[in-house]
Ligand binder design. Structure first.
Ligand SMILES: Nc1ncnc2c1ncn2[C@@H]1O[C@H](COP(=O)(O)OP(=O)(O)O)[C@@H](O)[C@H]1O
Ligand SMILES: [Mg+2]
Length: 276
């Protein structure tokens, strides 16, 4: 389905992404881990054509999406929706309209100007919000929601595009552990239930281990690990993050696992979701 071939991005003399190659067969949940500056965001941005690659190919079902131009490139962008650490919602706009903006690529500027949405689209947006447990937030301004809720709105907006791939750039880096877990569980559900591939840049090992089928470790623009969670040993992690004397797994932990292991905490999360 996805084949990345020797993709490189130079910034001046520096290779932010340096000849990376990997292939993914089915709709896997892929995690990319590595230190700040390793090239994770640059890679995701090349995937959805926000940043041009310097060299290489990204084949999706045999078609090089880096070579697409104009309308075809835009069509590809709506096939791979992007989710960001800072949610990138329109803060003063209501939640439902934020979700409907996932369709912007397909609408005329006149429709957008008057905020005219076909009824069927509005119903779909509400269905998606309902699926993510936040239907009751639909009329509120995005800025009135908690971070975890805002990230779910961003996921709803992504789903509105009906994308094949969801690209998530540090989706839980701004969230507390409980909201981080809700957002990761949401992404995992979309991956498993809808069969959409998810590629997520993650800053912590425990999250990658817990949610990903496949983990890619980057360092200085290169892939230094590519395997499944059980292969990601502490030694390998040291390789990915650098062999600093003070390396510790705790430093790259969000403690999601600590929550996940506790049935009591799970019950709290369910209650919180029900109350939303
Ligand atoms: N627009 C840019 N101009 C110059 N250098 C950049 C730009 N974007 C990223 N870089 C550099 O590329 C490298 C990789 O950055 P990035 O992809 O943001 O890493 P990560 O997401 O893993 O933290 C870093 O050294 C960063 O400084
Ligand atoms: Mg980044």
């Amino acid at each position: 389905m996805l084949e990345v071939r020797a993709v490189t991005r130079m910034f001046g003399q520096k290779a932010a992404v340096d000849r990376i190659s990997f292939a993914v067969d089915g709709p896997a949940f892929v995690g990319i881990i590595g230190r700040s500056g390793a090239g994770k965001s640059t890679f995701l941005r090349m995937m959805n054509r926000l940043t041009e690659a310097t060299k290489g190919e990204i084949l999706v079902d045999g078609r090089d999406i880096l070579a697409l131009k104009g309308a075809e490139a835009r069509a590809w962008q709506s096939q791979c929706a992007m989710i960001f650490q800072q949610f990138n919602l329109v803060p003063r706009m209501d939640v439902a309209s934020n979700v409907l903006h996932g369709l912007l690529n397909r609408r005329s500027s006149l429709q957008t100007l008057f905020n005219l949405w076909p009824r069927a689209d509005i119903l779909r947006a509400l269905d998606i919000l309902n699926r993510l447990g936040i239907a009751e937030q639909a009329p509120k301004r995005a800025e009135a929601l908690s971070g975890g809720q805002q990230q779910r709105v961003a996921i709803a907006r992504a789903l509105m595009q009906d994308p094949r791939i969801i690209l998530a750039d540090e989706p839980i880096a701004s969230l507390d552990p409980m909201n981080a877990q809700i957002v990761m569980d949401t992404l995992k559900r979309i991956n498993v239930e809808d069969g959409r591939m998810v590629i997520a840049n993650l800053h912590t090992l425990d999250t990658a281990r817990r949610y990903c089928d496949r983990i890619i470790g980057m360092r200085d623009g290169r892939i230094v690990f590519d395997g499944n969670p059980s292969q990601l040993t502490t030694g390998v992690a040291r390789d990915i993050y650098g062999a600093d004397a003070d390396f510790s797994e705790a430093a790259t932990s969000t403690s999601i696992d600590a929550i996940g292991r506790s049935d009591a905490a799970d019950a709290v999360i369910r209650a919180a979701q029900a109350a939303i």
